[in-house]
Design a protein around this ligand. Structure first.
Ligand SMILES: [Zn+2]
Length: 508
């Protein structure tokens, strides 16, 4: 039902047929509030279900943007002459039947009955068991040479109530250790244990294109208290008395007579393809057209949540980041109309996977389809339609001459009524929190247009009705003027040398 309703919506005729061969001031005038609102209404519509990763709504959004780009007469920048650049996300699940754990001389442990894996990883290791007692959070300096190669059993204090429901992390005190495995002692009831085993069977590990591992790393297992207790008793150790000792300073109890072999196996699921949508406007200068200015916004958002009192569970992501995505679409339309194209080439990029860890921008930045060094600037818009109506925060101004250029261009456009402010939340580290960072790390100067966090951030009330469309449109126009300036400038943007050293040379 939802899908059909949406297709009917998409088939409705466009508001205006776009004109071609116009001067810059007419091109920028194509960025209208009506157009912005209409387009945002499509991708932030309830039928898109929040465009989460991966979902049919995200795919539909990617394809709708591709159709827009095609309509504007832009060149495809994706795979095989299309506007879609796909990247594969592999998924691994644990293979309980193919996994085993056995103490030398017995017993062997049954996956699903005696132990379950906390993370999906494949590998095998044999070694002695060492018990770690005490409060690991305080143990920054456990000697790696004493612990590496051993199966480390984390003994909780009896009062800690370790059931499978809580989220278990790799213990902080063990970060420098390379153990054979990490084994958590689980005190759950039968019922809670069964639920935890179920969750473990259904848990998957996602492997992104740049992660070639087979889900490696030491196995992390959960073992039932009773099972471990009886094995240790045979080696003269009372688990219950170690647990009764409680937290406090960390102590290591080696059990050299107890050898364990753990082999874990994973099973490859189908995985899924994720889309970026990419269009290119080739530059008009025979040399400078090999330099690319990338406009970006992320089209993905997050999955529905628990319904609120009004029964709304869809997190529409109108501001985050339908606003920045439509800015990119509107910029694509405006630039495509120009009689005189900029000297440099322009890339219009809508990425996916931002909310899951900046996936799509990383994939694009590593696979732009042009030679390394040919991307010369990234202007990223992520949330541009909320908060102060007459100012936009632009993060990264101090790191390259893009900041100065922006200030100059903005001063030339008082009609936009916008202050392009410096980063007013430096302690929040926003420079590293959206897609532009994947470009910056790889040496591309960036600016990040951002209105700031608000009370509806990642909530069901990030709705179209709450957007400041005037502001979003003006920010988009400012991005147009800036991109045009950069596209025609004699020199490409330059890093501040100290920033380059800090951000690029140090690997971000
Ligand atoms: Zn965002």
């Amino acid at each position: 039902m939802r899908r059909l309703a949406l297709l009917a919506f998409l088939a409705a005729p466009g508001l205006l047929a776009c004109q071609r061969g116009v001067p810059a001031d007419e091109a920028v005038a194509s960025i209208t509030e009506a157009d912005f609102l209409h387009k945002v209404g499509i991708i932030a519509h309830d039928s898109m279900m929040g465009r989460y990763n991966p979902s049919p709504g995200l795919t539909m959004t990617a394809e709708w943007i591709a159709e827009e780009f095609e309509k504007y007469g832009l060149e495809p920048g994706g795979d095989d002459g299309s506007f879609i650049q796909a990247y594969k996300v592999r998924e691994l699940a644990m293979d309980f039947e193919g996994s085993s754990a056995e103490f030398a001389g017995g017993p062997s442990l049954e996956f699903g009955t005696d132990v379950y894996p906390i993370t999906a990883s494949a590998g095998g290791a044999s070694g002695p068991v060492a018990l770690i007692v005490g409060n690991l959070a305080d143990a920054q300096d456990l000697p790696p040479e004493q612990l590496s190669g051993k199966h480390l059993v984390i003994v909780p204090s009896a009062s800690a109530q370790t059931s499978g429901r809580r989220r278990i992390r790799f213990p902080r005190g063990l970060t420098n250790v390379q153990p054979a495995s990490v084994i958590m002692v689980d005190q759950s009831s039968d019922e809670a244990w069964a639920e935890a085993v179920d969750r473990s069977r259904n848990r998957t590990q996602r492997l992104l294109p740049w992660n070639d591992g087979a889900g490696g790393g030491p196995a992390m297992l959960s073992i039932r208290e009773g099972v471990l207790g009886s094995v240790l008793a045979d080696h003269g150790i009372q688990l219950s008395s170690l647990m009764a000792r409680g937290g406090g300073a960390v102590a290591v109890v080696d059990v050299p007579s107890l050898e364990l072999t753990v082999n874990t196996a994973t099973q490859e699921l189908d995985g899924f393809d994720m889309p970026n949508t990419v269009a290119i406007l080739e530059g008009s200068d025979p040399t400078l057209k090999n330099e690319y200015i990338v406009y970006s916004g992320h089209m993905d958002h997050v999955a529905p949540t628990t319904p609120n009192e009004a029964g709304d569970s869809i997190r529409n992501g109108a501001d985050d980041d339908a606003s920045g995505t439509i800015a990119v679409v509107e910029l694509a339309e405006a630039f495509s109309m120009m009689a005189e194209r900029p000297k440099r080439s322009m890339v219009f990029l809508a990425v996916s996977g931002e909310e899951s860890g900046l996936w799509g921008s990383r994939f694009y930045a590593e696979n732009p389809g042009v030679a390394p060094g040919e991307l010369v600037a990234n202007l990223n818009a992520d949330m541009i339609s909320r908060n102060a109506p007459d100012s936009i925060v632009v993060i990264g101004k101090e790191h390259s001459d893009l900041g100065e250029t922006l200030n100059r261009v903005n001063a030339e456009h008082p009609e936009l009524n916008l202050t392009a402010s410096d980063d007013i939340w430096p302690d929040q580290n926003f420079y590293r929190r959206s897609d532009h960072f994947n470009f910056a790390r790889r040496g591309v100067p960036v600016l990040f247009f951002f209105c700031g966090i608000h009370e509806d951030y990642h909530g069901v009330d990030d709705e179209v009705e709450k957007m400041d469309i005037t502001k979003a449109t003006n920010v988009t126009k400012l991005m147009f003027h800036l991109g045009l300036e950069l596209g025609n400038a004699a020199e490409k943007p330059q890093w501040d040398p100290a920033s380059y050293e800090e951000i690029v040379d140090m690997g971000g």
